[in-house]
Design a protein around this ligand. Structure first.
Ligand SMILES: [Zn+2]
Length: 270
């Protein structure tokens, strides 16, 4: 084989590998003993649609209802899911942010309108953020689970809290429109489909917005779908999630953030 044809052949292989690597990460947020029945249904139905691995965002002590590890059956269930290839991700600690006096309008907009007082890590100081993330890591490790990523509730992660996540040896985080490798500092643009279902107008807006957004995601190397347990209760929302997931699955493999980041690092080394 001549040098020129070997080169073109290897570039064809590189190209086909590139195409094969198009990925979909479906994440299920707010996993906790209280939301387990809904999450079980979501995970089961996704598997029927070819999504056999998800990133499961577990809240260590959801709304102060108690540490997840106190529920042994919940822990066993998470262990089984992890053994099947799903990923456990640390998702805040309490998933709650107390309101403060004298908040600015922008703070109110982000923390109340958009998230309903759940932006726990939006403006948490470094020390407290480090303490909560480290405690979560220890609790998951003691339960035999190995989270690698930290994703803040509503993706609201302030600069101090992000430094704390990095120092607590979290490997990556995600926001609404990107994934960030906390080790390398590399950002990857990747917008996620996500729904707000708290009221009728929010659901209508979400359906229209995600119907438009899907067009941008069809060609993206990484597509993301973020599901919250209440999404399952609204048939029009849930049907759209499944329909758009089916479309995305036509030309990509379902993976987890953990595996996607690991593959990115391997490719960058080579
Ligand atoms: Zn959440």
């Amino acid at each position: 084989m001549t040098g020129a044809s070997a080169t073109s052949l290897s570039s064809i292989f590189a190209l086909s590998a590139e195409v094969e690597r198009a990925a979909l990460v479906v994440s299920v947020h707010d996993v906790a003993p209280a939301t387990r029945p809904a999450v079980e249904e979501i995970v089961t139905e996704l598997a029927r649609h070819g999504v056999s691995t998800c990133s499961l965002l577990v809240v260590p002590n959801y709304h102060h209802h108690g540490c997840f590890a106190e529920d042994r059956s919940f822990v066993r269930w998470l262990q089984e899911l992890e053994a099947k290839g799903h990923e456990i991700v640390i998702h805040g600690y309490f998933h709650e942010r107390p309101r403060r006096n004298g908040e600015k309008l922008t703070e109110k907009l982000f923390t109340r309108f958009y998230t309903k007082d759940e932006g726990e890590f939006y403006d948490l100081g470094y020390d407290e953020a480090f303490r909560r993330i480290s405690q979560a890591r220890e609790e998951f490790a003691a339960a035999g689970l190995t989270p690698r990523g930290f994703i803040a509730p509503a993706w609201l992660l302030g600069a101090s809290a992000e430094r704390a996540a990095t120092d607590a040896e979290m490997e990556y985080t995600t926001r609404l429109a990107r994934v960030r490798d906390l080790r390398s500092g590399e950002n990857y643009s990747a917008r996620t489909l996500a729904y707000s279902v708290r009221s009728g107008w929010r659901r209508t807006t979400s359906l229209a917005w995600n119907n438009l957004l899907i067009r941008q995601l069809l060609d993206a190397p990484l597509a993301r779908v973020s599901i919250h347990p209440p999404d399952r209760k609204h048939p029009e929302i849930w049907h759209q999630i499944l329909r758009l997931t089916d479309r995305l699955m036509e030309n990509r493999n379902a993976t987890t953030y953990r595996d996607w980041i690991a593959e990115k690092r391997t490719r960058q080394r080579n």
